[in-house]
Design a protein around this ligand. Structure first.
Ligand code: 5U1
Length: 682
């Protein structure tokens, strides 16, 4: 059947439009059309390709939904071998790597420029593009021969089926890592749990398991992503002079490059980068197990060459492992602030995630049952960033005979009150309320914690003693403490006592949101506290609200509204709130922000590195709320947002008297503005 030219043209237009929207949606996080409109374009293309199968070109975005299953993966020989990396585990090993390089190329007294990149914990793949079209995708395999996973890779939305821009080589291999973002991993496992299916131990296993599926439709349903970090086969004549320019070029062709990539100078630059990335590791949306340093100039790389299967010009500087194995010595039950009973595994001490861990949460009884953890078991423990360590799984082969099954108690292990099951929840709760010393202590600890009233120096042991001596019964009593009360406590010197009193004084200046969070109302986390503060803007107005009107607040449903109303209906709680205000706790008025574009007319400048989002994301979020984002600070700028290493823009802002927001303040402002925007639009 002949295909009319106009149909051919329409199919080509649709392909181009869909790929461009894919790029905007998945890579730039800045979609410009609604999902329904996107679906309409996709449906039209599928219809055309079904009517005229000849139109279904190999680069059509319709392939992303998944080809028919295969019986086994074919073998693929890589055109250029896929190398591995040598590892460095300490600053000294990195310094030795840099020294070796400089000696080898006779640059002893010079500083080498490196490109530093996060080392994604995923699966290495090689993508072959012919005439700009994705022709083949292969796993690393043994570095020479891998498996053909083309149909699966085609389903990964961020990987272009046809390269953007111009000037691509006739034939090239792009190298990079397929990974599963942490959020996708969590969602995948939550769904698997609901359906009683097997769950993955970590995002790396989930990525590998998803990519090596014989049925591409399964891969298509998995939240996979990709970053490229180099090339294999690539025409020498088109190769730029350095790794950073190569990455820019690949990015221009639509290939995703990690936004954390940076050029650094010498070993000091490498180590500073390592520390910066390690610090924000837990906040990154993907798992990484280290960073990679690569000599930037290709001419130098060529002079350095390879040893065995690894290049001399690159090294992986590994982070402390986030998982380790150890033995469960006991399972105890902890009682939290709201009475929730949490089983905790007491472990043989093990070094993991950079610290020594001797206990790990088992979450709840269902989790213990599902993971079948017993005293005596050898288990895998995970500690990522400053997240509470958790038991990932037990190793069945190492179970000793007679290992006992764990049972939750029917009485609170601290106060002996009845334990209640909450309908529809996996959690069991102590019914003792503030009569239970554990709940009482946890509520004071929560009140003083960093994200609540931030009382520096009011730690666990001190709280224990204050409660034991009945110096503190309610949170308000903390502010009545005198120097003598504190000095009388074991091991508390005059200096520490004064420091604590100063910290108490400092904590009195806070925000309404922090204060609400500190009260420890059930189901009122930081985000809900911020939404309540943004909505009511005054404590009196919040106190006057009933359960029904509370539900007008963004994200507050009947359950949260019920808890808030019940909390403030209780005269003892109102008494504590009044005592706290009388003690001098105060906050500046909440900013007045309103409208669907609440930041309309406000101009922002972004500087430095933000830990929680890229600059592009920050700009996009501000613009969607109506703000203007510009590159230079002037008297007309309303706010400068300063991330890490802010540079001269921050200094200029201070000079001009422009407000400088820290990342935390910026996040609060976004949260408040978004709350208003969604309140208006809903
Ligand atoms: N970011 C990054 N990961 N990674 C892994 N770059 C990078 N480079 C690699 C590997 C195996 O190898 C090349 C240096 C050959």
């Amino acid at each position: 059947m002949t295909i009319p030219d106009s149909t051919r043209q329409r199919a080509a237009d649709l392909r181009e439009q869909i790929e461009s929207h894919n790029r905007r949606y998945y890579q730039l996080d800045a979609p410009i059309i609604a999902d329904a409109e996107y679906d309409r374009l996709m449906r039209e293309l599928i219809e055309l390709e079904t009517r005229f199968p000849e139109l279904a070109s190999i680069d059509s975005p319709t392939h992303r939904v998944g080809a028919p299953p295969v019986r086994a993966f074919a073998e693929v020989r890589h055109q250029a071998p896929m190398l591995s990396l040598d590892n460095a585990f300490s600053d000294e090993e990195v310094a030795a790597f840099d020294r070796r390089l400089r000696e080898r190329v006779g640059m002893q007294s010079e500083t080498i420029e490196y490109v530093a990149e996060p080392k994604l914990d995923g699966l290495a793949v090689s993508l072959t593009y012919r005439q700009g079209i994705l022709a083949l995708a292969a796993t690393r395999g043994d570095g020479q021969v891998g498996e053909d996973v083309t149909a699966n890779v085609r389903t990964i939305s961020v990987i272009p089926l046809r390269l953007a821009g111009r000037g691509h080589p006739e034939h090239m291999e792009v190298r990079g890592e397929v990974y599963m973002p942490k959020s996708g991993f969590r969602a995948l496992n939550e769904r698997a749990l609901r359906l009683g299916e097997k769950i993955f131990a970590n995002p790396r296993n989930a990525a590998a398991g998803s990519l090596r599926q014989l049925d591409p439709k399964i891969t298509a349903s998995r939240p996979l992503a990709f970053f490229c970090y180099g090339v294999g086969l690539f025409p020498q004549a088109l190769l730029p002079s350095s790794q950073d320019v190569l990455l820019e070029l690949l990015e221009r062709w639509g290939l995703p490059v990690c936004s954390e990539v940076a050029c650094v100078q010498g070993v000091e630059g490498c180590l500073a980068y390592y520390r910066r990335v390690l610090e924000k590791r837990a906040l990154l949306p993907y798992d990484i197990d280290g960073v990679v340093y690569k000599v930037s100039r290709f001419e130098l790389q060529q002079r350095l060459g390879f040893v065995a299967k690894a290049p001399r010009w690159a090294v992986a500087h590994k982070f402390p492992a986030e998982e380790a194995t150890t033995r469960v010595e006991a399972i105890e039950v902890q009682v939290g602030r709201t009475g929730a009973l949490t089983p905790v595994a007491r472990l043989a001490a093990v070094f993991v995630g950079g610290v020594t861990v001797s206990s790990a949460t088992l979450h709840n009884a269902d989790e213990v049952r599902r993971k079948d953890i017993r005293v005596g078991d050898t288990v895998v423990v995970r500690r990522a960033g400053d997240v509470i360590p958790e038991v990932v799984k037990m190793i069945p082969e190492l179970r000793p005979p007679g290992a006992r099954v764990f049972e939750m108690p029917d009485r609170c292990p601290v106060c002996g009150s009845r334990v209640e099951a909450v309908p529809g929840e996996a959690i069991l709760r102590c019914s003792g309320g503030l009569y239970c010393p554990a709940q009482h202590k946890e509520s004071i600890r929560h009140f003083a914690s960093r994200r609540a009233m931030d009382i520096d120096g009011l730690g666990d042991k001190l709280i224990d003693q204050l409660l034991e001596r009945k110096l503190v019964q309610t949170a308000a009593d903390i502010y009545a403490l005198r120097e003598q009360d504190l000095v009388d406590i074991d091991r508390m010197g005059v200096k520490s006592a004064r420091n604590l009193l100063r910290a108490l004084e400092r904590s009195k200046t806070t925000t309404l949101a922090r204060f609400l969070y500190a009260l420890g109302i059930r189901e009122v986390g930081e985000a809900t506290a911020r939404a309540l503060a943004a909505h009511y803007r005054s404590l009196d107005d919040l106190l006057a609200a009933d359960a029904e009107s509370l539900q007008q607040v963004r994200d507050v449903g009947p359950s949260v509204a019920g808890h808030v109303a019940a909390f403030f209906a209780e005269p003892r709680n109102r008494g504590v709130v009044a005592d706290l205000i009388a003690a001098g706790i105060h906050w500046p008025p909440e900013p007045e922000i309103s409208g669907a574009r609440p930041l309309e007319g406000k101009s922002f400048v972004l500087t430095g590195t933000l830990g929680t989002m890229t600059r592009v994301e920050a700009k996009d979020r501000l613009e969607r709320l109506g703000a203007k984002v510009s590159g230079a600070v002037s008297k007309k700028t309303h706010y400068v947002v300063a991330g890490a290493d802010p540079g001269s823009k921050r200094a200029k802002a201070e000079q001009l008297g422009v407000d400088v927001l820290s990342e935390n303040e910026f996040l609060q402002l976004l949260e408040t503005a978004s709350a208003h925007a969604s309140a208006v639009s809903s």
